[in-house]
Ligand binder design. Sequence first.
Ligand code: ADP
Length: 747
Amino acid sequence: MSQRPWTQKLWLAVGGLSLVLLAAAIFTLGSLNAPVHPERSDALVILFALSTFIILAFLVFGLVLLRNLLRLWADRKAGQLGSRFKTKMVFGAMGIALLPLVFLFLFSYSLVNRTLNLWFPKPLEIANAQSQKLLDELGREVHDRLNDRAARAIPIYLSAGARGMMDDSVGPTAPPSAVWALDRNGQILDAAPASLLPDHLHKARLLPSGAEIWQTDGDTYITGSAPFDGGRLYVARKLRPDFLAGFNTIESETDNYQQQRTHIRLYKNQILLALLLITVLLLFSTTWVALFLSKQVTVPIQALAEATQEIARGNFDHRVTVQAQDELGTLVSSFNDMTAQLGEGRRQINEFTRNLQQAFEERERRRKLMEAILENIPTGVLSLDADGKISRVNSAVSTIFGETRVQAHTLSELFGEEAARAVLSLMRRALRMGVASREIEIAASGRLVRTAVTVSSLGPRRSNSGFVVVIDDLTELLRAQRAAAWQEVAQRIAHEIKNPLTPIVLSAQRLKRYLDRFGRSSGPPARMELESLVAECAGLIEREVHTLESLVDEFSQFARFPSARLAPSDLNAIVSSAVALFQGRLEGITLQTNLAPNLATVRADPELLRRVLVNLIDNAAEAMEGSTLRQLRVATRARADGDGVEIEVSDTGHGISPADKDRLFQPQFSTKDRGTGLGLAIASRIVAEHNGTIRVEDNNPIGARFLIRFPAAESPAQVTAPADSVADATGADFESATGFNTDGADD
Ligand code: ADP
């Protein structure tokens, strides 16, 4: 690119030089001594050289012009940028230049034509021809006369010789200026007057009329002649001494004129050529200047267009390097500045985008972390918008409220009217204080859930964007607290009761022994009656103390419950062994066992777990005593979330009221006359020691369903489960199976 201005300058110099040379040549041609004298050979050489130069220049410039036009045409055809502008400029300039050029050409040519014609005027030519003719006629007449005279003078010459002729004039005419005779060989035989020296006499030339011009020392003669025997007689008249010179001049000038006339075409062609060359030269320079000017516009514009495309492609490092003049130069430098700024802008945007992306990724990472935490904590978390509409819930919410309620959009749909009111008042408090919490009882999935609800507002009242509600299910906690409290109470009661029991029993036994030893068969009737009364009471005391003892045992069992020894166990086997205990004892009850094959192993104490199951089955059988439909279903399955296993014991008994569901697992709760209410409390404890959960829900269509959930042990075990079986059981001797069922514990 940097080469370009240099070559351009060179071309400019060469073009300028050739133009100057050409102008000089044309000027030289104009100032030549035209018409050229052909006898001057150097002029001819110059003429020839000039013609050649002009033709060459004409050809060269013509070709260059043609090439420029063709290139322009090709550019335009190829749709090259700027070619239209160039074409317009060139043709505009040519159009402007062509009219005056054509006029100039025609005018110059006609002017030259006229001037050339003026050089050879017709009247002059006629005069010339006429005088020539006249001269010829005059010459002929003189010649004829002299010939005639010579013919007539021959006899005189033969008699008197040349001298005699001079003396004797023939006829009325004056004597000739000179007379001489030549023999057949052209040797002078005789001559007169005496002053005529025959040795110096010679024929100078022959005139067109046939007359001969002779000369001697200083004298010129025109002659006529006539032949005689032995030679030829010449009669001469003297002419002016400069006659021959004058005649020669006329003749040569006429010749010259004629010759010039024949060259007139050559001159005309020459000048036509020169004019054509000037025209082409002017056209060429016009085109060249137009091209040069348009290039100064189109080249930067093309470079700008290319640069625009480069920038559109995203190459912001591209710069326009073309040298542009004037306003275009300013445009190019502004364009380059703009490109640099754009590049800088793009770089900043890229950096910004990268940072943004990093920030976004970081945010996404945190979001995922938060989500994972939210999904894995047992605490329910809801997010609400500013109007209290639910926008998000975590999976713990579904565990607390059941799957159906999770689809809720409003608080009252999720919590129920009453609890929702409590939550709304918490929200109002949260708006004032930021955070507010309280315990709320929520009826959900058929049970009363005790929860601690904490509401945080996401901003002060005016700019609050929503709330976060955190729900802790306190049921298990409260249950555990109550269980602990009961455990302590049970321990004290057992202790306090057990202490006096032994002396009471011993006393009763002592009384009995005493009576037995002394016999009761003899004695007065009153004494007999007393004795039998004492024996009866002692027996009763002993019996009831035993009952009391077993009751106390239950309490101590509850209080000092043996801790579970967990080992990887097959749940199906435990369930099967529990069900097997009832074989033939479930009168009129349809027992359905669905044990899932390939169940994951759980860490469990088989003995304790079997007790739990026996208690549940026992309760179920009892609940169905008054029912017409008696179906007991025991099932195991993998949990839907894939984490752990589940045991289900469901019946079609009288079911459990929502209020009772929560209290069911408390030690004192029983609806039976002689029930201790400890069975489910112990079951709950055992399950808790297995890190599991036990809950009750309504069975469909009727009855209760107990669900025990265990987390899976680390390694799954292949368990060969018995196929689902439906068994009809008979018999109802349950007590021995439970081991800790307190109903009729004294039996
Ligand atoms: P108990 O059997 O001594 O009453 P439990 O703790 O075993 O003590 O049971 C507590 C109460 O739960 C029972 O009195 C009964 O009202 C209720 N119950 C237990 N299982 C069922 C069931 N399958 N159907 C209906 N009620 C049940």
